[in-house]
Design a protein around this ligand. Sequence first.
Ligand SMILES: C[S@@+](CC[C@H](N)C(=O)[O-])C[C@H]1O[C@@H](n2cnc3c(N)ncnc32)[C@H](O)[C@@H]1O
Length: 207
Amino acid sequence: MQSFIHIDSPNYLREEQLPAPLNWSAVFGNDHPIALEIGCGIGDFIVKTALEAPERNFIAIDFYNKGCYKTCRRIDSHGLTNVRVLRVEARQFIQERLPKGLLAAVYINCPDPWPKKKHRKRRLVNRQFLEFLRDYLVPGGDFYFATDFDDYGIDVAGLLPGMAGYGNCLTPDLYRHELEGYHLSKYMRKFMAEGKRIYFVHYRKIS
Ligand SMILES: C[S@@+](CC[C@H](N)C(=O)[O-])C[C@H]1O[C@@H](n2cnc3c(N)ncnc32)[C@H](O)[C@@H]1O
């Protein structure tokens, strides 16, 4: 069993210590727009993305302790002040800790694919999740999804056109295998090195 790593970083927030009611502008010390990365892994994507956007705040979440630790190490070593990391489960965190209409962007990169057919219901991103998430985006807020898993990519790309409140930013394509300006995560690079293609989906909340 892996031992639990204590995370000692000013950018790591313990959920139980969050004030209630929660004021995210107070957490960041400014009222810049806030973006969320779900399943930040080791934090390479969020660090590159946050370095490029100092006028934006980022919440990076993962329920993997070592990933949160590595993400914090990266953030701290770059001296970033616009990212906060939490070890939480995505659905519960969003529902309990974020006000609706808060998020300027949501990034989901290489979520666990649950490749076995009988396990697919465990996938994070499905119609129900997309409907749930839409309420937490600001009008004009971006939703990004990337996966190396053909079936997952095609499934999510096929769901969104039928959903009210989302507009496709890649029209006429439902997905692309390259997304200019979008940083690659550790898993994307790993899968690309194995010759796999990434499915990028990009939608925007419309009112
Ligand atoms: C395959 S890894 C991808 C990591 C990173 N996004 C990347 O592309 O390199 C998926 C990550 O999502 C996290 N994760 C999966 N489901 C989650 C959930 N419901 N809430 C929070 N984190 C989750 C896992 O712990 C894992 O670190």
